[in-house]
Design a binder for this molecule. Structure first.
Ligand code: SAH
Length: 218
């Protein structure tokens, strides 16, 4: 596939996201810049700019672009923010955030995915804007807390306490909560030291969040 094909397809995706109701120009601009085809394996590259989730290794998925855009909008990021992502997967969501001028801390529990994402992210974003970690993200990453926003890209049985604690005051935690098959997207805003406002939003379907404060699994 030629570079021209991908450039055209990328602007087509931005158009689709606009039509689906994404209005944040910084988010749309990031989608117009990040090469999604580089985050999927060869057989799927041609379909990289359709608004669909695609399979990646380890039976996981790169989320549907609309979902990535919607969650990014809900985070209300500003350049210079530091954002924690649980579930690096392909690394695409992390790349969208980095493209928006955010410092990204991202955690993945599958070593192969962590490794692959880390190398593509390093290639696309030299410098220090993205830090990858291999491990269980349900306990957060206390070293760099508090975060201006936390995004969980896997479905949780409940909101992990550790993540609430690592959110800065005024920060947004975006997390799908529900069963292993279907969830409701929640936007939790930390109002002050001890108070959180929890806004349940639309129905979604994510792969399960597996870990200490998630589902149990291998
Ligand atoms: N944000 C990703 C979506 C990947 S799917 C992207 O843009 O491609 C969700 C990912 O969450 C999977 O890779 C899965 O392995 C990972 N995951 C599930 N539970 C986790 C946990 N406790 N800690 C870190 N990663 C986890």
């Amino acid at each position: 596939m030629s570079r021209h094909f991908y450039t055209e397809a990328r602007s087509g995706l931005v158009q689709i996201l606009r039509e689906r109701g994404i209005t944040n120009e910084a988010v749309l601009q990031a989608f117009g810049s990040v090469p999604r085809e580089q985050f999927v394996s060869d057989p799927f590259k041609q379909r990289a700019y359709e608004d669909i989730a695609l399979p990646i290794d380890k039976h996981q998925t790169i989320s549907q672009p609309y979902t990535v855009a919607r969650m990014t909008e809900l985070l209300e990021v500003k350049p210079g923010h530091s954002i924690l992502e649980i579930g690096t997967g392909s690394g695409y969501q992390a790349a969208i955030l980095a493209e928006m001028g955010v410092t990204v801390y991202t955690i993945e529990r599958h070593f192969e995915l962590y490794n692959a994402a880390r190398s593509i992210l390093k290639e696309l974003f030299q410098g220090t804007s993205i830090q990858c970690r291999f491990g269980d993200g349900t306990i957060g990453w206390s070293e760099y807390a508090p975060y201006d926003g936390i995004i969980v890209t896997a479905g949780a049985p409940e909101i992990p306490d550790a993540l609430l604690k690592q959110l800065s005051i005024g920060g947004h935690l975006i997390i799908p909560v529900g069963s292993e098959k279907s969830q409701v997207m929640h936007c939790v805003v930390r109002e002050d030291e001890n108070n959180y406002a929890d806004y349940p939003l639309e129905d979604v379907s994510f792969v399960p969040l597996i870990g200490k404060q998630g589902w149990s699994g291998i």
